[in-house]
Design a protein around this ligand. Structure first.
Ligand code: F6R
Length: 241
C-alpha cells in the first residue's frame, strides 16, 4: 500500500478521474466500484468532463456502488441512488444503457437484498477499480469499527460518529438513517485494484492509523493491508507525514 500526498483535492480528484477514464477506455467491459460522499464530488465532475470531451462509449461498463441508507427510496435527495444519478449517471447519456448497481435500502427483505447484491458482484465481477472514501472513524463503505474482517454485503448499524458526520448532508441530524446496506470488507477486497482518497484535516487521524501498516478491527480501512494493489491519495491536510 502506498500513501501519496498529491497536494490538493483537485489534483487528486483529477488523477483518479483519469485513472477511471483510462480503465474504461482500455476495456469497454470494465467494472467499476463506486463510492459516494463529499470526497467523490470532484472525481465525478472531472470524469464527466473527460467523458464528454472524448465521447467515450461506456454502455458496456458495469458499476457497483458500495452502499445505500436503509429506508430511503431512490428518489430521496439524500439517498445514494439520487447522488449517483445526479452527479454521474444523468450527466452522460451513455450511462443510461450502462448497468449501474446500487444496493436497495428500501427492499422489503434487507438480508435477502444483501445476499442478492453479493451474488451480483460474484457473477458480474470482479471489479477492476474500486474507489473508496474513508470515515473519520476509519470506516470504508459503511463498515464501522469492529466489523468482521470477512464480512460480505450486510446490514450495518451506523455509529453515532458516522450519523453525526453525515448529518451535514441532511437538514436535521434526526433525519439521518440509522442503518445502511453496505458491501462488506470481504466484498471490497474482491476488487483487482483499490484507490482510496482522503481530504481535509478531519481525515488525517484515520490516514495516520492506516499508515501504521497493521490490520486492526477498530479501524476497518486497515484491512486494505491484506490487499496487494492499493493506492491512497491525500491532500496536504490529510497527509500523515
Ligand atoms: C460512501 C461511503 C463512505 C464514505 C465516507 C466518507 O459511499 O461508503 O465510506 O466514503 O463516509 O464520506 P465523505 O466523503 O462524505 O467524507
Amino acid at each position: 500500500m502506498k500513501i501519496t500526498n498529491l497536494g490538493s483535492q483537485s489534483y487528486a480528484s483529477f488523477y483518479v478521474a483519469c485513472e477511471l477514464y483510462k480503465q474504461m477506455n482500455g476495456d469497454k467491459h470494465s467494472k467499476l466500484g463506486l463510492a459516494t460522499g463529499g470526497t467523490m464530488v470532484d472525481v465525478y465532475r472531472f470524469l464527466v468532463e473527460l467523458l464528454h470531451k472524448n465521447q467515450l462509449d461506456v454502455s458496456d461498463v458495469i458499476t457497483f456502488n458500495l452502499d445505500e441508507y436503509v429506508g430511503l427510496t431512490s428518489n430521496h435527495p439524500q439517498s445514494y441512488h439520487y447522488y449517483m444519478n445526479d452527479i454521474l449517471f444523468n450527466q452522460y447519456p451513455y450511462f443510461t444503457t450502462t448497468q449501474t448497481y446500487i444496493p436497495r435500502g428500501d427492499a422489503d427483505d434487507l438480508d435477502q437484498e444483501a445476499k442478492r447484491y453479493e451474488q451480483l458482484i460474484d457473477e458480474l465481477g470482479p471489479v477492476d477499480i474500486q474507489i473508496l472514501g474513508i470515515g473519520e472513524n476509519g470506516h470504508i463503505g459503511f463498515n464501522e469499527p469492529g466489523t468482521d474482517l470477512n464480512s460480505p454485503t450486510h446490514i450495518v448499524d451506523l455509529t453515532e460518529s458516522t450519523i453525526q458526520a453525515n448529518s451535514r448532508y441532511f437538514e436535521h441530524e434526526a433525519e439521518v438513517p440509522k442503518q445502511a446496506v453496505s458491501m462488506g470488507l470481504a466484498s471490497i477486497l474482491k476488487a483487482k485494484r483499490i484507490i482510496l482518497l482522503a481530504f481535509g484535516e478531519k481525515k488525517r487521524a484515520a490516514i495516520t492509523k492506516l499508515a501504521q501498516k497493521e490490520v486492526n478491527k477498530d479501524v476497518p480501512a486497515t484491512i486494505l493491508h491484506a490487499h496487494p494493489n492499493v493506492e491512497i491519495y491525500v491532500d496536504d491536510a490529510a497527509a500523515p507525514f
